[in-house]
Design a binder for this molecule. Structure first.
Ligand code: HSE
Length: 422
């Protein structure tokens, strides 16, 4: 089987070297030769010896090369990547991609072109790097009805939150982000990581394969970690929680919840133990129960491992429905205001008699019941109140917050973080 690789960055170089080092073992697994026909890249990679490789600077040459059966798209981005993949499909080539944005935003179009051309599109590396989560849900758990999927699916944000929560860590946000970039984790534009867009791309794909719904990126509620402060991490810790950036897809009675946001997770939960750049995805299903998948969510070797698994699938000749369902069921997506969960609130108030009573009166008027409440740091006349609520409808919570913020004794915006209810 003849492959062509487009893109020789972190993942492309990882794949090139994995093919070099494991070729004999891989060929023993598939019973066929795997030939690297061509590499298309803007520049050579210092970690790759390309002396006996056919290299072109024009990636479309790979899409048009009759000696390529499988095009491996590792250039990232959506515009050129989509043109490249569509061109390769129209030339009858199978596709392997690590591009979550491409699948989340244009997957329907790409899959339907592939169907018509009689080729397949594989994207294991698009979600959670080296963790074989697509295959685990689509194949390993195929006999189950999936109830929920919740994951730490962005290593950069997990790294930043982990560093912020380390006692005595005085590292700046920029310093921590630079380290994630140096490790090959961060996106080309790190706002994709920090603002939750990268996680939303991945959750779009996970939700489609878990629930058999169309790819639904635009319906996703997406919130990043830029508003999380060191105080939030410290107070959450005192209450018995850590703060994780989670992607959650959950079938509730009223519709499918699709949301990416910082979340308070109880410290003894397994997801709370996932630190640094590591990723983990938990799946709740009716027969298998809860299962969890943990590993490196990015980086050269781990992501190349998933790309190679897809190449091996093609070499073995199996054909699965792209999202694992022969027919997709368009399902109502629940607006974020309609979810029910518990909330962490932090607000600054004037330190005077009656303020706490006012805040709790407003909460009770909106049917928000308080589970825990602490007052912190009375200084310079101001105090911070931290509240953990019981479960309530989000729209009620938001109404209560806007009423609290308009109270003259309240000196700050309310910081609101959802609490995990899985
Ligand atoms: N920027 C991503 C992360 C890389 O930090 O997890 C893998 O998609």
């Amino acid at each position: 089987m003849r492959i062509g690789i487009c893109g020789l960055g972190t993942v492309g170089s990882g794949l090139f070297n994995l093919l070099e080092s494991n070729r004999a073992e891989i060929e023993r697994k598939v019973g066929r030769d795997i030939i690297l026909s061509q590499v298309g890249c803007r520049r050579d990679h210092p970690d790759c010896d390309l002396s006996s490789t056919n290299v072109t600077r024009d990636i479309f040459e790979v899409a048009n090369n009759p000696d390529v059966d499988v095009l491996v798209e590792l250039i990232g981005g959506t515009d050129v990547a989509k043109d490249l993949v569509m061109q390769a499909i129209s030339n009858g080539k199978h596709i392997v991609t690590a591009n979550k944005a491409l699948i989340a935003l244009h997957g329907d179009e790409v899959f339907s072109a592939a169907e018509q051309a009689g080729v397949s599109v594989h994207y294991e590396a698009a979600v959670a790097g080296g963790i074989p989560i697509v295959k685990s849900i689509r194949e390993g758990l195929a006999g189950n009805t999936i109830e929920w999927v919740a994951g730490i699916i962005n290593g950069t944000t997990n790294f930043i939150l982990t560093e912020m929560s380390r006692e005595g860590s005085n590292r700046s946000f920029d310093d921590v982000l630079s380290e994630a970039q140096a490790l090959g984790y961060a996106e080309a534009d790190p706002t994709f990581d920090v603002e939750g867009i990268d996680a939303a791309h991945k959750l779009t794909i996970l939700a489609a394969i878990a629930f058999g719904v169309p790819l639904n990126f635009s319906a996703m509620y997406t919130e990043g970690i830029s508003a999380i402060s060191a105080d939030d991490i410290k107070f959450a810790d005192e209450l018995g929680y850590c703060i994780k950036h989670l992607g959650i897809a959950r079938q509730s009675g009223d519709g499918l919840e699709l949301r990416v946001h910082p979340t308070l997770v109880e410290k003894d939960q397994m997801l709370a133990q996932v630190n640094g750049v590591m990723n983990a995805v938990m799946v709740g299903s009716d027969a298998a129960g809860s299962t969890m998948y943990y590993g490196a969510g990015a980086g050269a070797g781990p992501t190349a491992s998933s790309v190679m698994a897809d190449i091996i699938d093609i070499a073995r000749g199996g054909k699965l429905p792209d999202l694992g369902f022969v027919s997709l069921a368009p399902t109502g997506i629940l607006a974020i205001e309609k979810i029910r969960c518990s909330y962490y609130l932090r607000l600054g108030v004037v330190d005077q008699a009656g303020v706490m009573a006012n805040v709790s009166t407003i909460l009770s008027r909106h049917r928000v019941s308080i589970e825990a409440l602490i007052q912190k740091d009375a200084r310079r006349g101001d105090a911070q109140i931290v509240i953990l609520t019981d479960e309530v409808l989000e729209s009620e919570m938001l109404d209560a917050i806007s009423e609290i913020e308009s109270n003259e004794a309240v000196t700050s915006k309310v910081s609101m973080i959802r609490v995990s209810n899985l």
